[in-house]
Each structure stands twice: as C-alpha cells, then as structure tokens.
Design a protein around this ligand. Structure first.
Ligand SMILES: [Zn+2]
Ligand SMILES: [Zn+2]
Length: 248
C-alpha cells in the first residue's frame, strides 16, 4: 500500500507533521487516517491519540475550534491543536484579525441551515445563493475562482482532479445540523491550522502571511487541501477582497 499524499502531491518533502525520523521509507504507508481513511506514510501522518494524515490535521483543529459538539480525531488529544496554537501565536495581529473576520463570516452563513430538499437543490452547480458553509462552490465562483485560473470541471482539467462542486458537497454535508460557534479565542488556532494545511497543499516553506492569504485555487496541490480548509481559505479571500466586515 502506498501513501495517498505521496501519490497525489508534488514530489517534495513536507515539514509537517513533525514526526520522528522513520526507517520505513516513504511512500510506504504506516497507518490509515482516522478521519478520512487514506493511507499515509511516516512523513505525511502523525499519531498522538489516533493516526491522522497531514491533509486532515488542520481541518480537524478547525472543526474542534468552531463546532461545539465536534467529533474530532486528534485535535483534543494533544496533537494538532497545540501545534496550531503555537504557529498561530507567531502570526502578526493583522493576520489573526483577518482570520477572525473570516470565521465571523462562516458563522453568519452557518445560520442559514438548509432543509432536506434545499440540500439536494444546492448540490446542483449554479444553484442557490453563495454560502461559505452550505453552498461553498457558489461562494468560490463569486470571489473569482474561475478568473483566477481554477478549472472547476474535472473533465476540463483531469490533472487537477478537483471539482469545486464536489468540495462544496462535502462541506455542506459535514456541517448540516451542526452549530458553528465562533469566539475570538478560536482565531489563533484556526490561523495555525490554515498555515499547517497550506504547507501541505502548497509549499512547505510558505510564510504565515502568504499561507493565510493564498486562495485554494492558487495552491499547487488543491487536492491535498481538506474541504473544511477550502471553506476557511475562501472566507479569508472574501475579507481580503474587501467584501466588507460582517455586521456584528
Ligand atoms: Zn507520504
Ligand atoms: Zn485524513
């Protein structure tokens, strides 16, 4: 069995997660991710409480930080959360504020819970109003994903293998019926989680400032960015595009 991230990522050595050196060479897998079930190698997975792959590490922290009743894998057991908080603590105040505004937008959009028939409706490309949580694909189209060169159709860009409609479906189903609660205390951890995620899906050396401001469709490996992080990253782009603060 081979590592999913080695198979689908560019050929580079990640700096995260910080696992001890292993004598089992990548891309041989050492475990199955408890959150998404991919196999990951010693460079692309970490175990504290349970084994989690590098794609899920940041997303697990975000869910832990913004969903009160979240069932997360490693965040609460001393894995990703402490690492994300450490990275977030090193971020400039302006970056923390930016992520905080993005989370406020996500929280506001999460108040518009779709009913069962709405959910089927929203799964159609082009249907419904933009909503970061329940109709992410339309939010991405709104902030200019297609102009930025991202091809939203797998058939048009098979080498990318990413459809924003499929990503949007995953986010919607993940948060339907769950309450997103944002507190300012969550912003540093989510900032760190976003940096962790972008260092997997883009470049391991990307700075905190650049990682937070990069849109998902601008990353080199958008397939290695968890849908939950697509949501956070798109929300940040909304703020940096000056779509204005959400009224308190
Ligand atoms: Zn690997
Ligand atoms: Zn995973």
């Amino acid at each position: 069995m081979a590592c999913f991230l080695c198979a689908y990522g560019r050929n580079r050595v990640p700096k995260t997660p910080d696992t001890p050196a292993s004598t089992i060479p990548p891309p041989r897998d050492v475990g199955t991710c408890q959150r998404c079930s991919v196999h990951a190698c010693s460079r692309h997975g970490a175990r504290v409480g349970q084994f989690i792959c590098a794609i899920c590490e940041g997303a697990d922290v975000v869910e832990h930080a913004i969903v009160s009743e979240a069932v997360t894998v490693g965040a609460g057991s001393g894995g990703g959360l402490s690492k994300a908080r450490l990275i977030g603590a090193g971020a400039p105040d302006s970056v923390i504020t930016l992520v905080g505004e993005a989370l406020r937008r996500i929280t506001q959009d999460s108040d518009v819970q779709p009913g069962p028939s709405d959910r089927l409706e929203l799964a159609s490309p082009g249907a419904g109003s933009p909503n970061l949580v329940f109709n992410l694909s339309e939010s991405i189209r709104e902030v200019g994903g297609e102009q930025a060169g991202f091809r939203n159709d797998v058939a048009e860009a098979p080498e990318r293998g990413v459809s924003i409609d499929a990503i949007s479906d995953v986010v919607r189903e993940r948060f339907v019926g769950r309450q997103i609660v944002f507190t300012d205390a969550a912003a540093p951890a989510v900032t760190g989680a976003l940096v962790i995620a972008v260092r997997v899906a883009h470049e391991p050396d990307v700075s905190i400032e650049d990682a937070v401001r990069l849109a998902p469709w601008e990353m080199s490996d958008p397939l290695l960015l968890d849908p939950v992080m697509w949501m956070v990253s798109t929300a940040v782009r909304q703020v940096t595009m000056g779509m204005g603060p959400v009224p308190a």
